[in-house]
Ligand binder design. Structure first.
Ligand code: HEC
Length: 172
């Protein structure tokens, strides 16, 4: 019969071996951190799970304001065109120089439905570590971030013309 003490020693030794293996792996410089190379599947799976859970837990308690207000949507379009379009595209904007080399690749928000406004608000405000997604809370007020979220929800249904009209209507 295996005693508890023996089991303890074996698991401590396993953990120590894993820790040493991790240090040697990192120290060897074997892992390519270049953005023009993709993560291995296991690293990607870990990062994705980390990101999903981290955002889900933090976004839960956020209360969205009225996101249907046209003034809000217009103001959001203006911020989006100034700050986000190069990475996330827009109706009629299908490429940019910066976007090609970004990894993780920014989602095309002109095509992606925002189903969870709390999640979008949290992500825009706080950004995402080790990706190019900035924490816009350093630049925009909470109200302005909600404007952007209100716009994001409408954008996939917009034609290039409606998008342009929205921008002109707001600035003029
Ligand atoms: C320099 C490039 C860059 C800029 C500028 C940028 N983003 Fe991002 N954004 C990213 C990247 C890259 C990701 C994906 C991160 C990841 O997958 O971990 C992302 C993710 C997001 C997500 C999460 C999407 C999802 O599917 O969960 C939202 C929402 C978002 N950005 C909104 C915005 C808004 C709004 C702005 C402007 C205020 C903006 N971003 C500006 C690069 C950028």
């Amino acid at each position: 019969m295996v005693s508890i003490a023996k089991l303890g020693i074996v698991s401590a030794a396993t953990l120590a071996a894993l820790a040493i293996g991790g240090v040697v792996f990192v120290g060897s410089g074997f892992y390519n951190i270049g953005a023009d190379d993709h993560h291995t599947r296991i690293v990607l799976a870990i990062i994705e799970q980390l990101r999903e859970r981290s955002i889900a837990v933090r976004a839960r308690a956020i209360n969205p304001p009225n996101l249907e207000d046209p003034t809000r949507i217009g103001a959001g379009a203006e911020h989006y065109a100034a700050l986000c379009v190069d990475c996330h595209l827009a109706p009629g904007v299908t490429k940019s120089d910066i976007r090609a080399g970004l990894y993780p690749h920014p989602p095309n928000l002109a095509q992606e439905d925002i189903r969870d406004p709390q999640r979008a608000f949290w992500t825009v405000k706080h950004g995402i570590k080790m990706s190019a997604m900035p924490a816009w809370g350093k630049t925009l007020s909470d109200a302005a971030i909600w404007d952007v979220v209100a716009f994001l929800r409408q954008m996939p249904a917009m034609t290039p013309d409606t998008y342009q009209q929205l921008l002109e209507g707001h600035s003029g």
